[in-house]
Every structure is written in C-alpha cells, then in structure tokens.
Design a protein around this ligand. Structure first.
Ligand code: B12
Length: 449
C-alpha cells in the first residue's frame, strides 16, 4: 500500500420528517479531509445532501445568505412511526446520482463517513449500504456525533467496518494505518487547532457560506446538551489571528460573504477571544455577514460585545434562552438571570439589531413541559422586541436530562435513537398532531421552523 492512500470522505443522507439546510456543513469531516490532504493523501468528497449537484435544480448560493432547501425523496417511515401524519423523506441527492458519483472517483483505499444527529442514523446506514454496493471490499469508517453518542448502536446498525467515537485527531492516524497501511505524517501538532490546515471547504462544488469554529467545547454543562460529552475537558480556543486569517482566505480568494459560527461558547471570555477577533474584522472593512445559528450565551452579551458584533457585520443573532423560567431552580443551562437577559436585549437593540435579526431559542417539548408554559415563554420574548424561535427538544443519551426523558417519553427511546427525533416531540404527553405544531408556530410567529 502506498504512503499516499486514496481516501473518499462522504457526508451521508438525512432521513427525517423535515430538514432544511440552515447553514449545515460537515465541518468535522472537512477538517479531517484537510489534515489528510496535508499529509499527502489523495482526498475526494461526496456530499449526499449537495444542493448544488450538477443534476440538481439550480439554486442561487447567495439566496437566504447561504441557506436553502434540500432535494428530497419520500421514503417509508421507520417501524413504530407509521401513524405519524407527516411524510418521511430521504433528504439529498437521488440514489442513482450517488452511485454514479461513487463510481466516478478513483477507487479509494478507505471511505470515511461522518454523522450528525443521532436520529438521522437510518440515512447513515443507507449511505453505507450504497457505498458497500458500489465499492465492495473497501473498508468504511464511521465517525461524528451519532458515532460518538451511540457507539454501540452504530456498531450494530450502521454497517460500517469501524466505528470511531470521539475526536478524529486522536484516532485518525491509527485508523488510516489499520485500513491502508499508510503512516500519516502531518508535520504539525495534530492536537493544536492553531496549526490545522483550514477545513477543506474547497472540496465542495460551491461554497455558499463558511462555517467557523473558533473554540472547542463549552464551560457549561446544560442538562439537555451533549457538548460536554462530545468535547470533554477544558474549552480550547484558537488564536484570534488564525480565525481572522481563515476568514480572509475564504473571502478574498473565494469571495464568500456569509460566515457562520458553529462555536458553543463564542463569547465566553470575550475580552481575550471574541473582542480581538471582532476588532480585526472591523479594521479589515470587509463586506461580509456573520450568523450565529448555534446560539450565543445570553450572559456574555453586553454593550461592548453587542456593538462589536453589529460593527463587524453580524446579521443573524440567536440567543440560547431556552425558557423564561428564571427561578433559582433553573437547572437547564448556566442559570441565566432575568436581568442578564434584559441587559442582553437592551444592548443588542442599542447596537442596532432589529427584531428580525435577533432571535431567542426557546426549548419546546421538554419532559413535563406544559403547552401553556411554551406559549407564555414565547410571549415573554416577543414582548421584549425580539423573535422567539422554537427549538424542538431531542433527548440525548448521556445528558443529565436523559433519565427524565426516558421516563416521560411516549416511545421506548432507549431502544432506538430514531424515536428521539425532535419532530415527534417525543417527551410530550400528547401524541404528535399538526394542530399542536400549528399552534406552537402561531404562538412563536417566527419565520423559522
Ligand atoms: C454546529 C452545530 C449545528 C449547526 C449545523 C451543524 C451541521 N453540520 O449540521 C446548526 C446550528 C445549524 C445546528 C442545528 C441543529 N442542531 Co446542532 N450542533 C452543532 C454543534 C454545536 C457542533 C457540530 C460541529 O460541527 N462540531 C464541530 C466539528 C469539528 O465536530 P464534529 O462534526 O463532531 O467532528 C469531530 C468528531 O465528531 C470526529 N468526526 C466527525 N466525522 C468523522 C468521521 C470519521 C470517519 C471519523 C474517524 C471521525 C469523525 O472528528 C471531528 C473532529 O474532532 C453540536 C454540538 C457539539 N458541540 O458538537 C450540535 C448538535 C450536533 N446539534 C444538535 C441539535 C439537537 C440541533 C438541532 C436539532 C437544534 C434544534 N433543537 O433545533 C438543529 C437541527 C439541525 C438540522 N439541520 O436539522 C445536537 C444533536 C442531538 C442529537 N440527537 O444528535 C448537538 C449534539 C447539540 C446538543 N443539543 O447537544 N447544529
């Protein structure tokens, strides 16, 4: 086996009741692709969710600042969900296009597949089955969020030859050697994010936006969130210079205008991280837009950070409020206080952010949550002049809320991750109905779903 193996990276199909490309890209996989490329591997990439496939209906990359609808094909619903009155679909390119693309690249020595939502695993399994059909004998390795949160399930049900849980930087060299015999020699410290090559976004046909990750991990351990499981240990930050260099590269060379922060804790310790990044961006005078669909911490938004965000070109700001219950028993997150939320909203308004630009995610479908509580929470946010955005709760194994979710759920969520799909509102005591969804959307009166 040569020391320059051929590696195919695949972003799998999504199987779901609903999916929309809200600035979603497989950043982990594209990071791995960049590392492998810098080690001399021949790297190819197929994105099963590619909205810009040559055979796909034409979409303007800059429409909706980089977001857009996936191509979709209705498929049968998973066992146990036949009674849900919604269409279940495979989101992404039709199977024939994928098969054609698999046979168009040079035969790889190994295929690396990523995974995002745990309950999207049927799409991962179908992707791997198709790869195996087109490329018999080629080992398939699965990593990513589903593989990390449900490794045993993935070993039994994904069809992958190897399931690699956790951070690829730790296990990638061993896996590549095991599958291809090649020894990776990156020539840089693989554990230092300042020395990584930038994620290989250029492997895409079109770069409608750039996802940015300036930190890894999160200092908080919110009861519903898996961040501390996916990134255990202290939060790691990149240097402000490396972040600004990355933005410069994509904007100046590839003319990208939309940049999307994937960080869990972008504004934490802002003085030493976000503020210098924002000041450098402002100095550059670029005509670019920033978005934070993964939410920023309410407590970290003050007059300084809000002003810097506005001056740097932030257009879509999402706050992680979760609920409007501010009592001492608030266990959901970092115990946001009412006055902190009010300060955040006032600072954003003062900086010039409009209602449309500013949204607060409100969790919907928590164990034991009453519909009335949801309605009141939305009204509370709307009264303060920003947009409430429903964030439908998905139970995640290993989180503090998981036991409550298991106890409350209408489904046996321990038996199959497909039942944790947030579209089912699996922890509400009333069965799924369009009436409930319509009411929730009406209360929120938001443009996003
Ligand atoms: C950015 C992000 C988003 C982005 C989109 C990301 C995407 N690609 O689709 C946005 C903001 C749009 C988003 C939306 C949502 N998200 Co989100 N998101 C994240 C977040 C914060 C980071 C993911 C990421 O890119 N990380 C950075 C990269 C570098 O890491 P990575 O992909 O994990 O890759 C590393 C390893 O996994 C591994 N690896 C990856 N692939 C491979 C492949 C191989 C072969 C190997 C060996 C290794 C490997 O190596 C990489 C480098 O270390 C995670 C939480 C977290 N901290 O991870 C939640 C998370 C994935 N999201 C989550 C949720 C619930 C949602 C929403 C449903 C929220 C809601 N309720 O509305 C929506 C729905 C998304 C949709 N498209 O329908 C949950 C998933 C829950 C679940 N059941 O799986 C998470 C875990 C957060 C949480 N609540 O705990 N999300």
């Amino acid at each position: 086996m040569s020391n320059n193996p051929t590696i195919l990276c695949v972003n799998p199909w999504i199987h779901d009741f609903a999916a929309y490309d809200f600035w979603a890209r497989p950043l982990g996989l594209l990071e791995i692709a960049a590392i492998l490329r810098s080690c001399g591997c021949r790297v190819f990439y197929i994105d099963c969710t590619d909205r810009f496939h040559p055979l796909a209906p034409v979409q303007r990359p800059d429409a909706r600042h980089g977001r857009g609808p996936y191509i979709k094909t209705p498929i049968p619903k998973p066992a146990g969900l036949e009674d849900i009155p919604r269409t279940y679909s495979r989101y992404g390119i039709p199977e024939q296009w994928f098969l054609h693309d698999l046979l168009s690249v040079p035969r790889p020595d190994v295929v690396l597949v990523t995974s995002i939502m745990t309950y999207w695993y049927p799409g991962v399994a179908e992707t791997i089955k198709t790869i195996k059909q087109a490329l018999p004998g080629v080992p398939v390795v699965l990593g990513g969020v589903y593989a990390s949160l449900c490794p045993d399930h993935a070993r039994m049900h994904s069809g992958a030859d190897i399931v690699a849980a956790g951070d690829a930087k730790v296990n990638l060299p061993g896996i590549i050697e095991q599958c291809t015999g090649a020894r990776l020699d990156p020539g840089f410290d693989i554990s230092d994010p300042d020395f990584f090559p930038v994620p290989a976004l250029d492997l895409q046909r079109i770069i409608p936006f750039v996802p940015l990750l300036t930190t890894r991990g999160c200092p908080f351990s919110c009861t519903y969130c898996a961040s501390h499981i996916l990134h255990p240990g202290p939060m790691v930050r990149r240097s402000p210079e490396s972040v600004v260099d990355e933005i410069a590269r994509w904007h100046e060379k590839y003319k990208v205008r939309d940049f999307v922060f994937y960080d869990d804790a972008l504004l934490v310790d802002a003085e030493n991280h976000f503020e210098p990044i924002a000041r450098s961006i402002i100095k550059k005078g670029w005509n670019i837009r920033f978005h934070t669909p993964n939410a920023i911490h309410v407590r970290e938004v003050n007059e300084t950070t809000a002003r810097l965000m506005r001056d740097a070109g932030f257009e879509t700001v999402r706050l992680g409020l979760e609920t409007d219950l501010f009592g001492n028993d608030r266990t959901l997150d970092s115990k946001v206080k009412l006055h902190e939320f009010e300060r955040a909203v006032a600072s954003l308004k003062l900086a010039g952010f409009t209602r449309k630009m500013t949204g607060a995610y409100m969790l919907v479908g928590l164990p034991n949550q009453e519909l009335e509580e949801i309605k009141q929470g939305f009204a509370f946010v709307a009264e303060r002049g920003i947009t409430p955005i429903p964030a439908y709760y998905t139970p995640i194994p290993g989180t503090a809320m998981w036991p409550d979710a298991v106890a409350c759920s209408r489904y046996d969520i321990e038996s199959d991750p497909v039942y944790t799909n947030n579209a089912l509102l699996p922890c509400m005591d009333i069965p799924f109905s369009w009436d409930i969804i319509t009411r929730i959307k009406k209360w929120a009166n938001s443009e996003e779903d």
